[in-house]
Design a protein around this ligand. Structure first.
Ligand code: SF4
Ligand code: ZN
Length: 395
């Protein structure tokens, strides 16, 4: 028996190091992911909860554990188009559970469970599965069948990962080629207001959400299935600043949904009226005044960036849901966007980024700029970056 409370009031909770019974995923664990798959009605056994590998109670206090959460769903009206949006709700619903926090998405999840909740009886992943099935099916009646499998066996998590990464990639590929100019609507999301009460995400054809989990197609699918949900449509309205990519209707909605905190977004700028950031960003763009250029860092980057701060310090500066000139949280796919920080000069303004991100963004970086952007392999600190930029003829 467990006596754990569940509800939106627990959404903003944090569980600190030293307070957790166990954590799944997070920076100390390489293999982790969550994946929702929509299947045919006869392929899903409703209410089935499986644990493959050890359970919460089998791990010593303070353990960091690999985890793959595999959720299958079926329903006459459910479409595969909805998978990304449904998957994002895992974040929301796990955070409803007293004493548990969930961060991140896809293959970057991090779940911590407080010792007090363990003492109150939350000692099995099965309880979490039960809560997830109850919440999902109550809030989204289109889900007629749902099963949840928690895999903690490290070898099995590893074996499942490649297929999940392929699915994430396919979702990202879908928006390639679609331009902001081609669509009539953008989408908004306020799911993260529980952590950052004035934060609003604007998702355009060329700007994936900063959590990386919701692109334009996902926004459209979400609005169709749950018009009252955290995602909503925004008629694009008029472009009131062609350089800043600022739209009147978008600004109105941002003002309303941020309770007046932010009244204007320049959708593709980190310097002027930048998009706000909650805390879920996959990457952060930060301005480096010494070189009048940007650094970019992603969550996986280990150690200090070129300015000496690690991701976690920069995350503290960028997050909180307030407009913060010089900082913007991004989804990694935004690096592939033709409008990537176009207002500020795009890649012509980027001074430093991790080598792996540079590889991901390769196709989108102008050929003549590629060797003029430093990575951790080229420079270790600000002085070296200044020298690198001078050598490259950029300063
Ligand atoms: Fe929604 Fe943005 Fe939070 Fe992603 S980061 S869940 S898009 S508010
Ligand atoms: Zn968030």
């Amino acid at each position: 028996m467990y006596v754990i409370d569940v509800g939106p009031q627990y959404e903003g909770e944090r569980v600190r190091k030293g307070d957790f019974q166990v954590e799944f995923g997070g920076p100390d664990v390489n293999r982790k992911a969550e994946l929702v798959t929509v299947k045919a009605m006869d392929e899903v056994e409703h209410d089935r909860i499986t644990i493959t590998g050890k359970d919460i109670k089998d791990f010593p206090e303070g353990s960091s554990i690999p985890l793959f959460i595999r959720i299958d769903m079926a329903g006459e009206l459910l479409e595969r188009d909805l998978e990304a949006v449904l998957e994002r709700r895992i974040h929301q619903y796990i955070n409803y559970i007293e004493g548990i926090f969930h961060m991140g998405q896809r293959s970057e999840i991090w779940i911590r469970m407080h010792k007090n909740s363990f003492k109150k009886g939350l000692d099995s992943l099965e309880h979490i599965g039960r809560i997830l099935i109850d919440l999902f099916t109550a809030e989204l009646p289109v889900i007629e069948k749902m099963s949840v499998e928690f895999i903690t066996d490290p070898a099995k998590v590893e074996a499942l990962l490649p297929a999940a990464l392929t699915v994430y990639k396919e979702r990202d590929e879908k928006v390639k080629g679609l331009r902001d100019e081609d669509v009539e609507e953008f989408y908004g999301c306020v799911l993260c207001q529980s952590f950052a009460p004035t934060h609003v995400c604007i998702i355009t054809a060329e700007r994936v959400s900063l959590c990386g989990a919701i692109n334009w197609f996902d926004g459209r699918a979400a609005v169709k299935v749950d018009p009252e949900g955290a995602q909503f449509a925004i008629p694009k309205g008029n472009l009131i600043d062609a350089e800043g990519f600022s739209y009147d209707t978008v600004n109105q909605v941002v003002a309303e949904r941020s309770m007046g905190e932010t009244t204007r977004f320049n959708l593709h700028s980190a310097l002027s009226y930048p998009h706000t950031s909650c805390g879920c960003f996959e990457g952060i763009v930060f301005y480096i005044p010494e070189v009048d250029g940007f650094g970019i860092v992603n969550r996986d980057f280990v150690g200090a960036t070129v300015i000496g701060d690690p991701f976690s310090t920069l995350a503290g500066m960028a997050s909180g849901g307030k407009q913060n000139e010089g900082y913007v949280g991004i989804g990694v796919q935004y690096l592939m966007s033709p409008k990537f920080l176009i207002t500020d000069g795009g890649y012509n303004r980027v001074a430093w980024m991790p080598a792996n991100l540079k590889e991901i963004a390769k196709e989108n970086i102008p050929a003549e700029m590629f060797d003029k952007i430093a990575t951790e392999k080229d420079v270790q600190n600000l002085d070296e970056l200044v020298a690198f930029m001078q050598n490259a003829g950029r300063l």
